[in-house]
Design a protein around this ligand. Structure first.
Ligand code: GDP
Ligand code: IMO
Ligand code: MG
Length: 432
């Protein structure tokens, strides 16, 4: 078994780094793709020809026929949303259920999770700015040990009992937030209907993944969200509720750490964040608006405008550390072609002095920190057509060389457009 055949693709920022594009591209050489965390809060955009496709629960490898795609046990899955996504692909002629395997240990996400998520957002004026997909409440149930797993779709009467007891636990919260408690039937019926499609896909997926790795199959583990949204390592409490870092692939897919040989961190050439929470390099000026327009920075799931800012190198060094990055994929470099000059955060000034580290220990630390910028010249030529580093303008080369050197992780690829071919591949995956 060669660990280099197992590659984790992980977001190195606050999500939306372009993980979907990279996974779709790398799937050309993969034999298995596994999602390991999160749920339909993810929105991974792929372009195939002129078609734009957004994956929410399905792994981004699903467009290539014959490659098994796994939804791991670290996920929370709304069965109706999953069946809906399969239906959307079927309408495009891609019958994805043939290649899909779903963990029977993943947790079911019910309508009351989504209801509570929405009511809480309303009550707090959108403080966290969640995707309102019910992610937080579903993971709360999992950790509180009253979650219901997909395997229970095989036993409808027990599923109904467990839903009744979880719903009773949520009822006071729903009422206090001004909501209406749904009936057990209203919760369970759509789930059982969707279950008819999902039952044949259910399996103990960690065994399936282990068999594949033992057979030296080339596997991609597709992260959702990003390092700074991880429940342990992100800018808590402005985070999601799952382990989105690379270590989440071990728990979320059921794979030992020694089995994984490569971890590629995806980062934009600048930074975005959607929702609330600290963002020290944020640009609230018209420069930020220009980045938003040029980069099409509007959420793939909610359509919300994404907050924009300069690249944060202390943040990337942090991502390199907590994920153990072995490679870096730099996306959306083309978006910076519109900038006369480009700032990059190289350090932070804190009350204790200057530090090369991102101060994420407490919210107060992040808020007290001031980014120290270094300015680079822009380049005014379009770069979408570049297929090698030599074809990039010298100013762009200087910018990416500086990033690679400062983060201390080799670049695996540079993406210069949303399409598969708009990519400069520096190290092909699975070549060792
Ligand atoms: P993900 O959640 O990490 O998969 O990223 P999203 O799909 O939410 O957001 C990334 C957006 O940037 C998508 O609309 C992609 O099509 C687009 N994208 C990815 N790479 C590039 C690139 O190199 N240049 C440009 N202009 N767009 C890109
Ligand atoms: P992908 O996989 C960007 C953000 C939300 C909010 C916080 C908590 O496409 O990169 P949640 O609904 O998870 O409880 O929201 O996390 N968030 C994301 N931001 N990309 C994502 O996924 C995200 N998934 C969640 O905006 O700030
Ligand atoms: Mg996204």
């Amino acid at each position: 078994m060669n660990p280099k055949n197992a590659i984790v693709i992980v977001g190195a920022q606050w999500g939306d780094e372009g993980k979907g594009k990279v996974v779709d591209l790398f799937t050309e050489r993969a034999e298995l793709v596994v999602r390991y965390a999160g749920g339909a809060n993810a929105g991974h955009t792929l372009y195939v020809g002129n078609d734009k496709v957004v994956m929410r629960l399905l792994p981004s490898g699903i467009l290539r026929e014959g490659i098994p795609c796994v939804l791991g046990q670290g996920m929370v899955i709304d069965p109706s949303a999953l069946v809906g996504e399969l239906g959307e692909l079927a309408a495009r002629g891609r019958h994805a259920a043939r290649d899909l395997i779903v963990s029977d240990r993943a947790h079911l996400l019910f309508s009351y999770h989504q209801l509570v998520d929405g009511l809480r957002e309303k009550a707090t004026g959108g403080a966290i700015g969640t995707t309102k997909r019910g992610i937080g409440p579903a993971y709360e149930d999992k950790i509180a040990r009253r979650g219901v797993r997909l395997g229970l779709l095989r036993h409808p009467s027990r599923l109904r009992e467990e839903v009744a007891s979880a719903l009773a636990a949520w009822a006071p919260t729903i009422v206090a937030l001004g909501g209406e408690v749904p009936t057990v039937d209203a919760v369970v019926e759509p789930v059982l209907r969707a279950g008819e499609t999902l039952l044949p896909l259910l399996r103990e997926t960690s065994l399936f993944v282990d068999d594949a790795l033992r057979a030296d199959k080339r596997a991609l583990f597709e992260g959702a969200q990003g390092t700074l949204l991880d429940v342990d390592h992100g800018t808590y409490p402005f985070v999601t509720s799952s382990s989105s870092i690379a270590g989440g692939a071990c728990t979320g897919a059921g794979v030992g750490p020694a089995r994984i040989g490569e971890v590629i961190g995806i980062t934009k050439a600048y930074t975005t964040r959607v929702g609330g929470g600290p963002f020290p390099t944020e640009l609230l000026s018209d420069v930020g608006e220009r980045l938003r327009q040029a980069g099409g920075e509007f959420g793939a799931v909610t359509g919300r405008p994404r907050r924009t800012g300069w690249l944060d190198l202390p943040g990337l060094r942090y991502a390199a550390r907590v994920n153990g990055l072995t490679g870096l994929a730099l996306t959306k470099l083309d978006v910076l072609s519109t900038m006369a000059s480009i700032d990059v955060c190289v350090a932070y000034d804190t009350p204790e002095g200057r530090t090369p580290h991102l101060p994420v220990d407490s919210l107060a630390d992040v808020e007290a920190a001031r980014p120290v910028f270094r300015t680079f010249d822009g380049w005014s030529t379009p770069i979408e057509g570049a297929r090698s580093l030599a074809e990039l303008p010298a100013a762009a080369r200087r910018y990416i060389d500086f990033i690679e050197e400062s983060v201390g992780v080799p670049l695996s690829l540079v993406s210069v457009g949303p399409r598969r071919d708009e990519t400069i591949v520096l190290r092909s995956p699975f070549t060792h």
